[in-house]
Design a protein. Structure first.
Length: 237
């Protein structure tokens, strides 16, 4: 798993190991067998005021028994609005206006989103709880979305599970419908190609690559820690 994380998203092995560490106790207890439901175990990775998942005591467990095991569409649409949603619902989402950039989100955008989620959870969730570790896990998730996916909204939507079922390469499985189609973005980008004695022009598309693709060692743990603390401090300010 560590090798897979490192190669898929071009992050350093030490960073990949750090991502794996919180789940190691779960894997060790089950003979290192991976179960998607266990990602949502409260206070392992999941926590109150999560950016893309509901609080434990506010989830609709009766109609959604795996509520904590996947990102929720309403939260995906709120923080990573598609181009069509941002235009048609601009007035409804005025509070999250800085997050409606159709191109990219910044560390300040993620910090604002975390701040809003925490404020709402404290107000609405009577069983709200939070620790410094859980807050840093939330900021760390934002760090990965910013540094690995470059903050690109449409890529983040696909990463979180918002894709069309009929797209090439998407398998309509029971697990996919239950958990969402979390995968590497499939869109192709328009890139600039410079011809001799000519200005830069738009050329054929380029398949998705992590924003860290041009780095020999990928995203290091030091860069991740710096971005994580920066987002967390802005969220607390």
């Amino acid at each position: 798993m560590v090798a897979g994380l490192s190669r898929a998203f071009n992050i350093s092995p030490t960073m990949a190991m750090q991502l794996y560490t919180p789940l190691f106790p779960v894997f060790a207890d089950n003979g290192h067998i991976f179960d998607l439901d266990e990602i949502g175990i409260m206070n392992i990775i999941e926590h109150d005021a999560s950016l893309l998942r509901p609080d434990f005591y506010m989830a609709d467990w009766k109609h959604d028994p795996i509520a904590m095991s996947r990102p929720h569409q309403d939260l995906i649409d709120r923080w990573f609005p598609s181009a069509s949603n941002s235009k048609s619902k601009a007035s409804e989402q005025e509070a999250a206006k800085p997050l409606q950039d159709e191109a990219r989100l910044s560390d300040a955008d993620f910090a604002q989103a975390l701040s809003i989620r925490r404020s709402e959870s404290k107000k609405l969730n009577k069983m709200y709880s939070s620790t410094v570790k859980q807050s840093l896990i939330g900021a760390g998730s934002c760090c990965l979305m910013l540094n690995v996916f470059g903050g690109h909204v449409e890529d983040l939507r696909e990463m979180a599970g918002t894709v069309q079922d009929d797209l090439i390469g998407v398998r309509s499985t029971e697990a996919g419908h239950s958990y969402g189609y979390e995968r590497i973005p499939n869109r192709r980008r328009r890139i600039a190609k410079v011809a001799s004695q000519a200005s830069a022009v738009s050329a054929t598309g380029q398949a998705w690559q992590p924003a860290t693709a041009d780095r020999y060692f990928g995203m290091t743990i030091f860069e991740a820690l710096w971005t994580t603390f920066k987002i967390e401090m802005k969220a607390r300010s």
